[in-house]
Ligand binder design. Sequence first.
Ligand SMILES: *Cc1c(COP(=O)(O)O)cnc(C)c1O
Length: 428
Amino acid sequence: MLTQKSETAFNKAKDVIPGGVDSPVRAFKSVEGTPLFIEKGEGAYLVDVDGNRYIDFVQSWGPLIFGHGDKKIEDAVIDAVKQGLSFGAPTEVETKLASEICMMFDCMDKVRFVSSGTEAVMSAIRLARGFTGRDDIVKFEGCYHGHSDSLLVQAGSGAVTFGTPSSPGVPADLTKHTLLAKYNDLESVKKCFENSDDIACIIIEPIAGNMGLVPADEIFLEGLRTLCDKHGALLIYDEVMSGFRASLKGAQGLTAVIPDIVTFGKVIGGGMPVGAFGARREIMDKLSPDGPVYQAGTLSGNPIAMNAGLASLTKLKSIENLYSSLEAKAKRLTQGLKAAANSVGIPLQVDVRGSMFGFFFNANPVKNFDDALRSDTEMFARFHQMMLQEGVYLACSQFETGFISTEMSDEMIDKVIEVSQKVFKELS
Ligand SMILES: *Cc1c(COP(=O)(O)O)cnc(C)c1O
């Protein structure tokens, strides 16, 4: 497989863009590779600048649940472009998308749109602090909530891979309000409440996707709900990744626990930059201009992005058994990978939630970040490289989640499993 053009492009990029990339995980550092520069996407496939084709399990890190170049979304975008790119004034499509979302979630009367997941979570935290009049927040080791200051403490994948759990440039004065707890460990959360009576909220990825795929136990989520109620704190679900991915309603479609604030991103924009956060009326009314909690954005609710999001959501709702079919494919893949690995004595932990899948090179079950860190990242790196050579584009870190798109057929997945059998054999 030739990747000369990608290498040249990467070298050029490095001269003018730090690390040659606009988001660190794209640099392939943790797998010691050179990132592929992409020419285009076609359904389930990516095509790089050298003309190589790969089946794409990254899907722009989650948004592209219908694969590349979905006709409905493409048409919605093109139609919207013809009306103008941005107005900085309200448009009706924002209300349409907001209504669609609020109708789906019992905990949500109102929603506000922003341009990224980072922004959505940052704003949700400010809202929780403004609403409760408290400063401290509880977050979990291994969960990632975007790169805003107070959340860049023991963040997931990117930060771990680069060995900088909290980044220089983030004042300790800000992160001192961020209390760290252990995922799936209620005792560690109770300790936070014992140490502080100023906790505004608990923020969690209810299905963690940024330390690899590690779903929270339902009983753990119930425990968080109870603790929040007892102490007057808010429960924030960061469903930027799991929303419209794990099920139509994300984690909320799979467990009965009801959060106070929910954040979205990724799938909600259908590939365009969109984030959102929503809650019940009483909370959302604290936001400016109705309330005192300030939040704004020049391109927020951008009409192109809103039209892409609406087309995406409409299509998601219209397909019967969509998530069970995606989940069946995800299970087919992970069970195939596990069997292939095990047959040559390589242990593999696998898990699936709807269209999300994860696998760890680990002999033991992974319930939290410490468990995840005990995985064999060197073997992952070699596996990643070899699969790439065979035309399989997986996320370039052990601590990421993979995604199934509607464009993937059972035959494609079986081919990937076949390829993996060869690769695992070489690795063993
Ligand atoms: C991706 C992600 C974010 C950050 O979203 P961006 O759009 O990259 O800013 C936040 N939270 C979770 C759970 C994510 O997966």
